[in-house]
Write a protein that binds this ligand. Structure first.
Ligand code: PEP
Ligand code: MN
Length: 339
């Protein structure tokens, strides 16, 4: 960070600005030019309050020269992070991960049937929402704790790790016992208390979805919250952002996959289902995501999409997943990945 002083600053104002920076733990280098005096922060400037600095008398403006996220930053951790899952599975690295399953857990028969089919297709993990963040309070809210029990049954039957969304800090202990990957949904990406508590109270992998209108930097800062609180196991998930376009449910931002992989060492998966909202787009967008460098996919699969309790229009069938998997494998080979 550099602090640029106003042309007519006083010695006292300069000293106040330096003291403020030093109090945040950095060394200050003063560069006095004929017209401009600049204070450069040497060390970790992330504790300097930029807004407060800008309000100090004698300070003209403050410019950041490095990213505010440190633990998620590729600069300090050049190698790709590979997140281990139970059973020797991984997310990140050369092998692509596919997480598949219904939007929400409905019945024992439904989740176990889908679980058997996605397992046979060769996926990495099973998804299924037990706690659902719905726009309307009158919509199906998920089976909640019963949903977690049914996911545990499906895991027992198939051996697949389960991925499901957490909605509040009060469920962390329960998820710690029953869930393999804890999903933080788009709407909770900036629920900072939840992020902090997930950092403090678990080391289970956290699948952090991008917020509906979050910038890449905001998304990485949310990952930083979890990591700085003690849990380094974060998987990012691009799930489409809100734009002016209404044809698709959201707009899949594949350039964000490249941006995030350049800025961060964390694995990134793409959710084409929530991004597009249309089952017929899922195959092509999955292939596009892999071509763009995604480390995996999160895909909604339902045994009977027409009668799904949630998100049926964007859910592919197990048969369609069976067709998609070998196509993904063929494409993976072109981009030096494997399935
Ligand atoms: C989901 O994955 O079921 C979900 C609700 O996703 P998002 O948070 O991306 O809307
Ligand atoms: Mn859904």
């Amino acid at each position: 960070m550099v602090v640029i002083m106003k042309p007519q600053f006083t010695q006292q104002q300069l000293e106040t600005a330096i003291r403020e920076m030093e109090a945040a733990g950095v060394k200050v280098m003063v560069s006095k030019g004929s017209e401009t005096t600049i204070l450069g922060a040497e060390g970790n400037a992330s504790r300097i309050d930029q807004e407060k600095m800008e309000q100090l008398p004698g300070v003209d403006r403050v410019m950041r020269v490095s990213e505010p996220y440190k633990m998620a930053n590729r600069k300090y951790h050049p190698d790709d992070t590979v997140i281990p899952l139970p059973g020797g599975r991984t997310i990140g690295g050369k092998k692509l991960a596919v997480i598949a399953g219904p939007c929400s857990v409905e019945t024992e028969e439904q989740i176990c049937q889908v679980a058997r089919r996605v397992k046979a297709a060769g996926v990495t993990a099973l998804r299924g929402g037990a706690f659902k963040p719905r726009t309307s309070p009158y919509s199906f809210q998920g089976l909640e704790c019963r949903g977690l029990e049914l996911l545990a049954l499906a895991r027992e039957e198939t051996g697949l790790p389960v991925v499901t969304e957490i909605m509040g800090t009060e469920y962390i202990d329960l998820f710690e016992e029953q869930v393999d990957v804890i999903q933080v949904g788009a709407r909770n990406m900036q629920n900072f208390d939840l992020l902090k508590q997930l950092g403090r109270h678990t080391t289970k992998p956290i699948l952090l979805k991008r917020g509906l209108s979050a910038t890449v930097e905001e998304w990485l800062m949310s990952a930083e919250y979890i990591m700085a609180s003690g849990n380094p196991n974060v998987i990012l998930c691009e799930r489409g952002i809100r734009t002016f376009e209404t044809f698709t449910r959201n707009t899949l931002d594949l350039s964000a996959v490249l941006a995030v992989k350049r800025q961060s060492h964390l694995p990134v998966v793409v959710d084409p289902s929530h991004a597009c909202g249309k089952a017929w787009m899922v195959e092509r967008m999955s292939l596009a995501a892999v071509a763009a460098g995604a480390d995996g996919l999160l895909i909604e699969v339902h045994n009977d999409p027409e009668h799904a309790w949630c998100d049926g229009a964007q859910s592919i069938t197990p048969d369609q997943l069976d067709e998609l998997m070998p196509r993904l494998a063929a494409l993976a080979a072109c981009v030096d990945r494997e399935l």
